[in-house]
Design a protein around this ligand. Structure first.
Ligand code: ZN
Length: 218
């Protein structure tokens, strides 16, 4: 007897690993005058989780409590262990600009311990996910936060040194890092420090995530 149902089951219910950034080996992150990065990304993650679950997505968080220390390597391993279809890393920027930026790994990097990654397949799938995700998020945020760009890991400090971010190097699943806003910009901070702004961000991220999940496996 053939079991076509099994194939259908395997395709249902995608898994997303949401990674609220920090505390990690790089510290607690940045802070504004009203809210810290640690608080902001944790609150947005908690807002995003039920939105995805309502769409039939299984959600795994990389930590159980806001202040739980999880190294960036471990965060990727949690996504790998959960066989996530996407690892979505949430951070806030400290910079001179404004808006939301999405980063994806564009080449194989080498971590401090010599580990190389991600694989060519993960690079390809992360690129496709980023290109589906970012425009949808930006469209949803019109009037709330500007577009700060779709960028590669190489455009970050650590990425420029290693070739890719540590969380990308260890990821065996498609990975995106979102700098939700520039926390050192008062206009941006006002958005993420407000409940309404975080809700708007979570809704935009949910729409972008669903767009990324809809991309066929390359
Ligand atoms: Zn951060």
């Amino acid at each position: 007897m053939f079991l076509p149902m099994l194939a259908a089951l395997a395709l249902s219910s995608p898994t997303v690993c949401i990674d609220p950034g920090h505390p990690s080996e790089v510290g607690n992150g940045t802070k504004g005058k009203l809210i810290t990065e640690l608080d902001a990304v944790w609150l947005v993650a908690l807002e995003l989780k039920p939105l995805l679950e309502a769409k039939g997505v299984k959600v795994v968080l990389t930590k159980a409590k806001k202040d739980e220390f999880v190294a960036n390597r471990r965060r990727a391993e949690i996504a790998n262990e959960s066989k996530a279809d996407l690892l979505l890393r949430l951070h806030c920027d400290a910079a001179s600009g404004s808006g939301l930026a999405t980063y994806y790994p564009s080449e194989v990097g080498t971590a401090k311990d010599g580990k190389k990654g991600p694989s060519e397949a993960v690079l390809r799938r992360s690129t496709a996910a980023a290109k589906a995700f970012h425009p949808v998020v930006i469209e949803r945020l019109k009037g709330t936060l500007p577009d700060y760009g779709l960028k590669t890991d190489k455009q970050t400090l650590i990425g420029s040194q290693q070739g890719a971010l540590t969380g990308s190097i260890y990821s065996e699943v498609p990975v995106l890092l979102v700098e939700l806003c520039v926390l050192t910009n008062p206009k941006d901070e006002a958005v993420i420090a407000s409940e309404a702004g975080r809700k708007k961000l979570a809704e935009a991220l949910a729409a972008g995530t669903l767009a990324a999940l809809a991309v066929k496996r390359g």
